[in-house]
Design a protein around this ligand. Sequence first.
Ligand code: ADP
Ligand code: MG
Length: 601
Amino acid sequence: MEKRKFAELGLSADVLRAVDKMGFEEASPIQTAVIPLLLAGKDVVGQSATGSGKTAAFGVPAVEKVDPKKKVVQVLILCPTRELAVQVAEEIAKLAFFKTGVREVPIFGGQSYERQFRALDAGAQIVIGTPGRVMDHMERGTLRLDSLKMVILDECDRMLDMGFRDDIEKILSQAPATRQSLFFSATMPPAIQAMINRFLPNPEWVKIAAQAQNAPKVDQVYIEVDRRFKIDVLTRLIDLHDFRYGIIFCSTKIMVDELDEHLHARGYATDRLHGDITQAQRTRVMDKFKRRGFEFLVATDVAARGLDVDDLEVVFNFDLPNDAEDYTHRVGRTGRAGREGKAFTFVSGREIYGLQNMIRYAKLKIRRENVPSLDQVEEARENVFFDKVRGVLDAGTYVKQDRFIDRLIEQGYASTDIVSALLHMMNGSGDKPETKPSSAGTPAVQAKATPRPAAHTPAPAYVPEPAQPVPVAFAKVANKPAPAAREQAAFENEASPAQPRPSKQKFQRPARTGREPGMTTLFFNVGRKQLITPADIVGKVAGVTRLPANVVGAMDIHQRHTLVDVASEHAPLIVEKLKGIRVKNIALEPALATDADRAAE
Ligand code: ADP
Ligand code: MG
């Protein structure tokens, strides 16, 4: 199906910049087809599957058409639900980011009229609303349509199913005859056909059919997972299956960068490819990947297109592909040369409908699996480690440490205890998960905090360093639940992905208040060891959150962590925004500090 670069679609510099900032590398088929038609002033009826990018298909022309100097409603977008209205408004806001003077407002039932009225009164040009509430505002005289240039009906069939037909017809008949219209609908029942006949005299029809594909011989699995936990699920799957060679597909450049950094920080050997990477660098990365110089390539579709590797163990669709064609391209990179390949596709929330469409139209064979449990991962890791130790013992490829061991035995320690202690110490830097202690939550900590050795490096021969204490970081980690542990319940309970995070945190990690009123102490996992200075922290907080530097107060820099007082009202935002940000090559994992953090050196 045809796709083009956004730059070829006749967009303004402002919108092109916005699309680039959103990380979109090229327009999806529906966007390629619809955007030029709308820019040319045509009426359009569009049909394409969920997840195919319809929002930007109408959002881009909507933003382009708005005259920012006129503070009147120029575009009206009707959506079936408040959630959709909010989502669409968010995407419009991103698309309009660089076009100054454009304002959008979602209006829906359940929110106060007063607030919506204020936004309308302030001159919002793009209104995104549910038909009922839009009608209400029209009747109250708080929403006028006489300057409307464009009406967009998103998910038209669903709106009719929900009984909005009368409202929609009233709204359409009050909009000026000169306006442009766009109807998006997955299906075309007679009621919609009738509406089209009545309101769109001569529309262009755009239908993006999902094409049937030859399914590759790959074991294909999809997993429903909340967006926030995708990375954790990804690493679990990699660990569980002990994958060593694969591609992880993301839909945006931003996500590629982010995921590459996260995986890197967790000890996986990764590199990335996307459209913003220079050709020379791309060639280097591809060559290295072909030589198996690293384990996982994180890439967008576009960037991976020129890559001729086909002996991958696994393909991950970290983000759902746009259509079945992309899906098949991605997945077809594994399972060749007579080997069994695996493909995992993550779906979050409503993406499940997009996947179901693909499965139906392209006759894909993808079965559902649950998120692997921590126990499964533990067991798999333990088996891998067990085999490694046995391999070393059988091969005799280790240096004997009799004198060291004898010294301990002489002091009355049992050999089994000595080995257990060494394994425990290895947890700080090795790859054996600690045997599960009885306290709940700790296994997740281990699974997460234990860095994985680089690909294919043999386990280092053990060199005794009796003077070295158990690494502080490890000792800390053992009694400080990592985010994975904290969120584990929500993680495994897909039915309630929207669980509010702060209250969960509070429940498991009683937060300390700051040393001054109005301040909250945060824990940062960097310290003197990384040569952290207060300026590093203040700089990151201010730079990433764009809050003024004075939201940061007193700071205690310890060997491996730093306690930072911040204005309480901004604490959640700071934790959220700085998560994963790199300082001195360490990915930050900020959290509310506990008493234990305070006591630790
Ligand atoms: P639809 O309305 O057709 O169901 P959406 O507009 O909600 O689909 O888009 C689905 C997802 O794809 C969103 O996360 C969106 O940000 C993303 N997306 C849309 N267009 C592109 C693109 N050209 N490149 C990458 N991602 C895109
Ligand atoms: Mg949509």
